[in-house]
Design a protein. Structure first.
Lengths: 263, 224
């Protein structure tokens, strides 16, 4: 039930000094939490209390706090981003909780996401997958005419839906296999759908999948936890399209060594 | 960077998953033919024994078919085990149990376990029936193995029937997720038809699991 009055909460928060030390859940109590506060603001308040007491504040990732940057990353009560539909942690508000609630907060976990400190994890692996092919090597120049390249509206919409991925890694944290397939497929799918992305589609699929696999992400078992958790509602259909793109590339794409042409 | 392709396919997450998917669907096809054969039990000893006799009459071709089938089983099991081990390693270790169930189902999370039950079942099944007691009978003047008798004897034991039904329940559970998941993995997940594939997968699971279990119970009730 939505609260309207200030509340006191019991928190169990994962504290870990650094990547090589053992961590544990530590109990905290925060008083006077306003239902108007966001989840991160609630932790800010707790951190102020900790600093005043001379204790080490809780490290957590955050940036835009308006649900678009993909920095915030917490598993709240066993669910990445708190488990609210299409919501990042920063957009979770305390009115969703009630006085006396106990909330367990852990970092995003996967072997591809080592913990740096407390709730902060290293998500460089996501950037590495992106760097392996999540782009279009086009000379952008001036903005082209709006309709110079015809793209059917449904295709453009689907590409746009895939492009909504903010790379937060909630799909990996929620996946029973620690797989980065949803994140990776959003980019492969988005660019494979569009004419600008097609020339590099096979190379992109091969390189991104190769990099994904080599970074310790797991395999897809079609559980569908990722799409249920994704704050941007990315559909698992993009994984299926990626599988199509990948098999096509694996059996038809061939790059000549020392190929000619300007480079 | 990875640009040589085919050799990577068989080592990649997607390539191996697709091999598991394709081998799984082929095994689904095998189960259909096996169940149709089992239903001949209902038609009586002669029909069932003749079916078996005609299969063996294929001679060397049967060995080829069996070898291919065994290969499909081995590919499916070997890759599934490897992938499962990798997945366990890749998954995050949470201090408090992570809440799944918004996408994952009991069917999907138990795939390795139902698969393991089916492996044990497969071995016992071959020992008890295919390599079970050899009886001979004569149908239309031809001497042949009385596999009907071996089967009916096996199912006369309520423990065998119970174990058989448990295994078939696992088969239903395994294919209920596996069938549609295989299509997804191959790349055939599209809003136009994937919903229907899921329904067909559930129907397949119920018909196959239920069909085999029904034949075993029928055999038990009929007696030797």
């Amino acid at each position: 039930m939505a609260s309207t009055e200030n509340m006191a909460l019991n928190l169990k928060i994962w504290r870990q000094k650094n990547c090589s030390s053992e961590g544990k859940l530590v109990d905290y109590r925060v008083e006077n939490v306003s239902p108007e506060q966001s989840f991160l603001e609630m932790i800010d308040v707790l951190n102020e209390q900790l600093v005043r007491k001379g204790e080490d504040p809780i490290a957590f990732d955050h940036d835009c706090r308006e649900g678009i940057c993909g920095m915030c990353s917490m598993v709240i009560d066993g669910k990445a981003h708190g488990g609210f539909k299409n919501t990042t942690t920063c957009q979770v508000h305390m009115r969703l909780y009630k006085d006396g609630d106990t909330i367990v907060i852990e970092p995003f976990r996967a072997s591809a996401f080592p913990v740096i400190k407390d709730l902060t994890v290293d998500r460089t692996s996501i950037d590495k997958v992106m760097a392996a092919g999540g782009y279009v090597s086009a000379n952008t120049g001036n903005a082209p005419d709006g309709n110079a390249i015809p793209i059917p509206k449904p295709v453009a919409d689907e590409a746009m839906d895939a492009a909504a991925c903010i790379g937060c890694g909630a799909c990996v944290a929620s996946c029973p296999n620690g797989s980065g397939m949803l994140f990776m497929s959003a980019k492969i799918s988005q660019l494979a759908l569009l004419p600008q992305g097609k020339p590099e589609a096979p190379r992109r699929a091969l390189n991104m999948v190769y990099t994904h696999d080599s970074l310790g992400f797991g395999n897809c078992s079609t559980h569908g936890e990722c799409e249920a958790t994704c704050p941007k509602g990315i559909s698992i259909e993009h994984i299926s399209r990626t599988n199509r793109e990948y098999v096509k590339a694996a059996f038809t794409y061939h790059e000549k060594k020392n190929a000619g042409g300007a480079s | 960077m990875m640009t040589s392709a085919v050799n990577h396919y068989f080592g990649s997450s997607i390539g191996r998953k697709q091999l598991v998917a394709v081998s799984g669907l082929l095994l689904c096809g095998f189960l259909v033919s096996h169940l149709l054969g089992n239903l001949l039990l209902l038609a009586g000893p002669d029909a069932f024994n003749l079916y078996s006799y005609k299969l063996f009459a294929l001679g060397p071709l049967l060995y080829v078919i069996e070898a291919v089938l065994a290969l499909i089983f081995l590919v499916h099991m070997y890759l599934a085990v490897r992938i499962t081990v990798e997945n366990k390693r890749a998954a995050g270790k949470y201090a408090v149990k992570k809440r799944t169930g918004r996408g994952a189902t009991l069917m999907s999370v138990t795939m390795p376990y139902t698969g393991l039950v089916l492996l044990v079942f497969l071995i016992l099944h071959l020992i008890n029936l295919k390599f079970g007691t050899m009886y001979t009978t004569t149908v239309d003047g031809i001497e042949m193995r009385d596999i009907y008798k071996t089967t009916m004897e096996y199912f006369a034991n309520p423990v065998s029937v119970a174990w058989y039904c448990v295994a078939m329940f696992c088969a239903a559970f395994h294919t209920a997720h596996g069938f549609s998941s295989a299509f997804h993995t191959i790349g055939w997940n599209h809003p136009k038809y994937y919903g229907k594939i899921k329904i067909i997968g559930y129907l397949y699971a119920i018909l196959i699991g239920g069909g085999f279990a029904f034949v075993s119970v029928w055999a038990y009730l009929r007696g030797v």
